[in-house]
Structures are given as C-alpha cells and as structure tokens.
Write a protein that binds this ligand. Structure first.
Ligand SMILES: C[S@@+](CC[C@H](N)C(=O)[O-])C[C@H]1O[C@@H](n2cnc3c(N)ncnc32)[C@H](O)[C@@H]1O
Length: 210
C-alpha cells in the first residue's frame, strides 16, 4: 500500500507541479461527465479517479480525442488519492455521481460517503468548496441526509444553487429516478488528515456496459 501511494503521489505531482485548487470526480467510470465538465470550464483543472482500469483507459481516450489539457484520469482508489495528494492541492469541487450503492444492509459499511470520509474530504477542501452527490439509491441518499446534522464540516447551502453542469452519466441513463444533493464546506476546522474510510472493490453489479 505504501508503494502504491508513493507511485500515485509521483503521478499526481507530475499533473499538479504547483499548489492549486482542483475539481475531483470519484468513481468517474468512462469519464462522460468530467470530460464535458472540463470542456465547459477550461480554466478548471479536473481529475477523475476510478478503480476499474478499463474505464480509465476509455476515459483517457476520450479526453485525448477532445484535446482537453485540463482533464485528467487516473486509476486509483479514492482514499489512496487523498493520501497521495501533493501538498497545496485542494479540492474545490468533489463530484460523486451514482456511487456503488451497496444495497445490502451488511454492506452499507462499504459505501464511500460515510462520516469518516466526509471528515477526510474536509481536510483537503477549503471553506466554500462544494460536494455534488447524485444517486438512484433512495436508501443511500437518505443515509447521507441522516448523517448531515452530525457533520460540522459540511452543510446544505443556505440558498438553492444550480447544478453547475447537467450531463447524463452511464448510470444516470439507466436510472428510473435519482436524487441530488449539494454540500458546502463550512469553515469548521477539519479534525485531521486521518483517513479511515473504506477502500473496497466495486461490486459486480456496478459494471458499466461496454
Ligand atoms: C456505479 S459506478 C458509476 C460510474 C459513473 N459515475 C456513472 O455515473 O456512470 C461506480 C464507479 O465507482 C468506482 N469506484 C467504486 N469505489 C471506488 C473507490 N473507492 N475509488 C474510486 N472509484 C471507485 C467503480 O469502479 C465504478 O466505476
């Protein structure tokens, strides 16, 4: 694990040689959303991670075809990514679109959005950073809503905000309906960069169509 994170850190340092704020997508799949986002906001540096290498290969092909210099994809676990983030790189926006729902109760602990993970994100996100979450799992959505009152570092924005970009992801296209949530980073100090969220492989049913 140490070597894996060191290798990832070297790759990230090459992408982000200087401190800066980035837009990060967790579980970017084939990169449909982030590629479109990077095209719409050419001055924002975007990076998508996914555990599945064939999805990242396809995402990379797409951003090369689109000649998007501000759009990067790396095969990585979200938690490893946070550990490997070069000093001074901050998360201005975090996108979590249709994360693996882990529907069985005994698997809920594998869901990425949990209190420890929110705390970990807070350590890298400045006040006013945004987190965009969308899911077709009502159960997952309600679980995230239920933990909001206990979070000090993330809250619902005071006023309604638009979703910065609407672009259907592969899983969104399959969903009958979905729920969306925007969270804003408060100025409450992050506890520490101690990160204990789960690092788990995606379940079989999350496979994207070829
Ligand atoms: C259900 S798919 C959604 C893909 C895409 N966001 C979409 O909406 O079409 C979830 C994706 O998250 C990835 N994933 C799951 N756990 C992850 C983790 N810890 N770090 C990075 N990616 C992860 C999976 O490999 C999978 O591609």
């Amino acid at each position: 694990m140490t070597q894996r994170r060191a290798d990832l850190s070297a790759k990230l340092t090459a992408i982000f040689p200087a401190p800066r704020a980035i837009v990060w997508e967790i579980g970017c799949g084939h990169g449909h959303f982030l590629e479109r986002y990077a095209a719409k906001f050419p001055l924002r540096l975007c990076l998508g991670v996914d555990l599945a290498s064939e999805r990242i290969t396809r995402a990379l092909r797409k951003s090369e075809r689109g000649k998007l210099l501000n759009c990067h994809f790396i095969r990585a676990d979200a938690l490893d990514f946070l550990h490997a983030l070069p000093k001074g790189v901050t998360l201005q926006e975090i996108w979590v679109l249709f994360p693996d729902p882990w529907p069985k109760k005994r698997h809920h602990k594998n869901r990425i959005l949990q209190p420890d993970f929110f705390a970990a994100l807070a350590a890298y996100a400045p006040a006013e950073a945004r987190l965009y979450f969308r899911t077709d799992s009502i159960d997952y959505f309600q679980a995230v809503q239920a933990l909001l009152p206990s979070l000090k570092t993330w809250e619902i924005p005071k006023a309604e905000e638009p979703w910065p970009l609407e672009h259907e992801t592969v899983f969104q296209a399959r969903a009958e309906s979905y729920q969306s949530l925007i969270l804003v980073r408060t100025s409450h100090p992050a506890k520490s960069a101690e990160i204990t969220a789960p690092a788990v492989p995606p379940p079989e049913d999350s496979r994207l169509p070829a």
